[in-house]
Design a binder for this molecule. Structure first.
Ligand code: PAF
Length: 282
């Protein structure tokens, strides 16, 4: 069954009003479209937990660093709606740009600390754009629960902090990264890879796994890191922005998994910025 596509806030409010009055749970799955199995796993988690589910599709201009990146971002609304059919969600919210950011829009949500590292440095302004749009999607949808992928782990932590700090009454659920058979983390940006680059793409995950295993057997992080950078550079990854071990909760830099930690990477492959992260056993 095709879910209703809602493009304006009044219609979204009219739809959710009876659910709110009845005290039902409402799950929101924020996306920028180009849906893949990773997104669909979030929808499945929302369906399992919540009485009603809203999937949002909005390619948020405020979180892109260049006009080219925004223009190139895949847009596949009809296909996305088809992929959602089997989940029988209650609504697909596809707001127009001026619904999200009407003339005179002047507010930015900025989360300090967690955004001072990794993508916060390499993508200036990105997390302000994310936090601003997600705060709006939370209040617009009046959701009780929100579902995000651990693939964007730093984003997940930023969103959690933002919701807590702004007293938005919502539970933010992090869901595991979904991978292709060869280990590549699913991402809408994978659609931008050439065949040659797609064949090389799993090397990032392979190298991260090697570091994680090396750490478990007590090898020094610096040696593992240097070996991974060498293989990435020899495999068409033109620039690795970061390959770092960080604590799960506050994203502090570590050189050994002395507390719950993850390995985070961002590296450019044939003009496409690939990011990934994996848990590292203590
Ligand atoms: O992860 C994404 O797709 C986006 O950053 C999000 C959370 C939908 C906000 O635009």
């Amino acid at each position: 069954m095709t879910a209703p596509i809602v493009r304006d806030l009044a219609a979204l409010r009219a739809l959710s009003e009876p659910w709110v009055r009845a005290g039902s749970s409402i799950g929101v799955v924020p996306t920028m479209g180009a849906l893949h199995d990773g997104h669909l796993s979030l929808v499945a988690a929302a369906k399992e937990r919540c009485d009603h589910v809203i999937v949002t599709i909005f390619v948020n201009p405020k979180q892109f660093n260049t006009p080219e990146d925004l223009a190139n971002y895949p847009r596949t609304e009809d296909e996305d709606a088809r992929k959602l059919e089997r989940f029988e969600v209650d609504a697909i919210y596809v707001p127009d740009g001026d619904v999200m950011y009407p003339a005179g829009f002047a507010t930015t949500v900025s989360v300090a600390g967690l955004t001072d590292v990794m993508d916060g440095i390499h993508r200036p302004g990105h997390f302000e754009g994310v936090a601003t749009v997600v705060a709006k999607l939370f209040t617009q949808s009046r959701a009780t629960d929100a579902f995000f992928g651990e693939k964007d782990f730093q984003q997940l932590q930023v969103v959690r902090r933002m919701a807590r700090d702004l007293d938005i009454p919502i539970t933010v659920h992090g869901c595991p990264t979904i991978r292709e058979m060869d280990g590549l983390a699913m991402s809408s940006r994978n659609l931008l890879l050439s065949d040659r680059a797609r064949a090389k793409a799993p090397i990032l995950f392979e190298e991260m796994e090697k570091i994680a295993q090396g750490l478990v057997s007590g090898a020094p992080f610096a040696d593992l890191h240097a070996a991974a950078l060498r293989r990435l550079a020899a495999s068409d990854f033109t620039k690795t922005e970061y390959l770092e071990l960080r604590a799960n909760d506050d994203l502090c830099l570590l050189d050994a998994p002395t507390r719950p930690a993850r390995l985070f990477a961002a590296s450019w492959l044939a003009g496409v910025r690939m990011i990934d992260n994996i848990a590292v056993e203590a």
